[in-house]
Ligand binder design. Structure first.
Ligand code: GLN
Length: 296
């Protein structure tokens, strides 16, 4: 193996077709440095790359070139400011999903004012802690982001996949955040007096089964991505099941595909939700829709 400097190793990786930023992250990973260390990399570009690190880097570059998410290779993904451990058992959390978390936090603020802020005119006082449910939690991204920002709330997270729950459990422990985890296909195994919620959130699978984009996502679990002929099978189930588990005034907020806002709003309205509306992601795409259960 020819000994390369860090700069030469990076150039070799980009020459093979890797994005420069990805190459930098993978090189930092191979060197055991934090991924924030890009400045370090620039000041050390004449350092030689030890053979073991070079072998690790080459293998990582190969995996990335085959389309594997960067987060699976480095084993971590930052979501809503929290470092999450992720691997092929769970969907790689997307920045788009932060839109759902932001909306969820707004809804929670309206239900109980955060101390010491004075109660806003919109605030509705709720007795006891707020109960939140995250359906299809995967790595635990949404549930943990909510618990981190609202430690006063009781957060339950479900997933049909035992493997995904193991990842969510590892993340909850590592971040020291208490979240109840239940193995359940949507609301099937969610029952009992503590399981009526003020807020239900979900980033369910929503890609149409024949969508060509799925090929590019083949490293991620298909059951976390695809959902029937029009991509709406799971959202149909959630919108019909959720109201039985919501307190009057509670919200259901869902992430969906770039072109699904209208059909998802129609499903929410058909299921009896009020205040049905959508939110745009950072790219300006209507990415989440939700509604409020106003019936008693
Ligand atoms: N937003 C993801 C994508 O299109 C899909 C996530 C999902 O199906 N929940 O790559």
């Amino acid at each position: 193996m020819i000994t390369l400097s860090l700069a030469q190793a990076l150039n070799a990786a980009t020459a093979r077709g890797l994005e420069r930023l990805d190459a930098q992250w993978l090189l930092l990973h191979a060197l055991g440095k934090p991924t924030q260390g890009r400045a370090w990399l620039l000041t050390h570009d004449t350092d030689t790359l030890a053979p073991a690190a070079q072998a690790t880097f080459d293998a990582a570059v190969q995996r990335r070139l085959s389309g594997e998410p960067l987060a699976y290779i480095t084993g971590t993904r930052e979501f809503f400011g929290l470092p999450l451990q992720v691997d092929a058992r769970v969907l790689d959390p997307r920045p788009d999903t932060e839109t759902l978390v932001e909306w969820a936090l707004e809804v929670l603020n309206e239900q109980t004012p955060v101390h010491p802020a004075p109660p806003s005119v919109h605030a509705e006082l709720v007795e006891g802690p707020l109960h939140i449910l995250d359906l299809g939690t995967g790595s635990g991204a949404i549930a943990l982001a909510l618990k981190h920002n609202r430690p006063d709330a009781q957060v339950t997270a479900v997933d049909a996949s035992r493997d995904a729950l193991a990842v969510a459990h590892t993340n909850a422990l590592a971040l020291n955040l208490q979240v109840e985890l239940i193995q359940s296909h949507w609301l099937k195994n969610v029952s009992g007096p503590c399981h009526t919620f003020h807020l239900i959130v979900s980033n369910p699978p929503y890609i149409a089964a024949a969508d060509p984009h799925l090929t590019a996502l083949h490293h991620e679990p298909l059951q976390a991505l695809a959902s029937g002929a029009d991509g709406l099978d799971d959202i149909r189930q959630i919108t019909t099941q959720a109201s039985a588990h919501l307190h009057p005034g509670g919200w259901l907020l869902l992430e969906h595909g770039y072109d699904q806002a209208e059909p998802v709003r129609a499903l929410l309205t058909a299921a009896g939700f009020a205040n049905v509306q959508s939110r745009r992601d950072l790219n300006g795409i209507e990415r989440c829709s939700g509604g409020r259960w106003t019936h008693v």
